[in-house]
Design a protein around this ligand. Structure first.
Ligand code: OGA
Ligand code: MN
Length: 285
């Protein structure tokens, strides 16, 4: 697994997309699959939030192989036992999870129900949307670092209840009780608003699963959650990827939020996803 020890035959070629987020990787698929760039890719991912591999055109098997070069492959829990997951809002293609994916149209972090959220997701484009359907990613390390010191002090110790059922109301304002209860059975979890990583860097933990700030008056809690989300997703911290067939992106799920931008659910947009197992908990024990 330790690809980091292999000597790379080529240098990692890359260019910055925006000052506070995003780097494009320019190597060929053969150079990347050789595995020797894994350590540099991991480092860049943490620094830049999202890496873009334009028209890299990995087959599913190559995407799996590449994923395994940069960390521990995380199997998906969506019912099928294939190693890649189809990401589409089309219910014919994805009967189990198309409904659940409606929440992915709003800013979120993957796996806020887990003690250790996944490290990263790799998403590649088989069929782009007919309109819309960009994937946007924002840098929650940079958003935290650029907050005024008094805001940092104000939010330092706060904790937020995260629940998938909170995101239900984003796309279905009047759900049936049965549906609400079904979503509530998935669970909920209290997480720190500011995540202090092993590296010492800090990032914001927000998104459409954030329901309220523990122990804070509801109106104040809503201002905090939505005000910080507005800040973290402002232009300077955000990159929106317009997909071409064969593009792949990786986001650092521990230092970003992401979302799919609106698109026609019946247009055939089809993405393939693999994930890397998480390596650190939200909470230091
Ligand atoms: C995901 C996700 C966004 C997209 O796969 O976790 O949020 O653009 N995808 O499909
Ligand atoms: Mn997601």
């Amino acid at each position: 697994m330790s690809a980091a020890t292999k000597a790379p035959a080529t240098v990692l070629r890359h260019e910055q997309i925006k000052p506070k987020i995003g780097t494009r990787i320019l190597n060929s698929k053969e150079e990347l699959l050789a595995g020797g760039h894994a350590a540099d890719i991991r480092e860049l991912l943490e620094q830049r939030g999202v890496l873009v591999f334009p028209e890299i055109s990995f087959t599913p098997a190559e995407q799996i192989a590449f994923t395994k070069t940069i960390g521990t492959f995380a199997p998906e829990g969506f019912g099928n036992n294939n190693e890649v997951t189809k990401i589409t809002l089309d219910v014919k293609e994805n009967p189990q999870s198309a409904e659940y994916l409606k929440g992915s149209l709003y800013w979120h972090i993957d796996g806020t129900r887990n003690d250790v959220p996944i490290l990263a997701s790799l998403l590649s484009c088989k069929v782009p949307a007919t309109w819309g359907g960009n994937t946007s990613v924002c840098n929650t390390y940079a958003a935290y670092e650029d907050l005024p010191e008094e805001k940092k002090a104000q939010i330092e110790e706060l904790r937020v209840l995260h629940a998938p059922w909170a995101s239900l109301f984003y796309y279905e304002p009047e759900p049936s009780l049965a549906k609400l209860e079904g979503m509530q059975r998935i669970g909920e979890k209290e997480l720190p608003l500011v995540w202090t990583h092993k590296s010492g860097r800090k990032s914001l933990v927000l998104g459409c699963t954030a329901h309220h700030v523990a122990g804070v008056d509801y109106a104040e809690s809503a201002r905090l959650i939505h005000g910080l989300r507005e800040w973290a997703t402002s232009e300077q911290f955000t990159y929106s990827h317009e997909w071409k067939v064969g593009d792949m992106i990786i986001w650092d799920n521990t230092g970003t939020m992401h979302r799919a931008e609106a698109y026609d659910p019946n247009c055939g947009r089809m993405m393939i996803r693999t994930k890397l197992e998480g390596e650190e908990p939200f909470d230091v024990a």
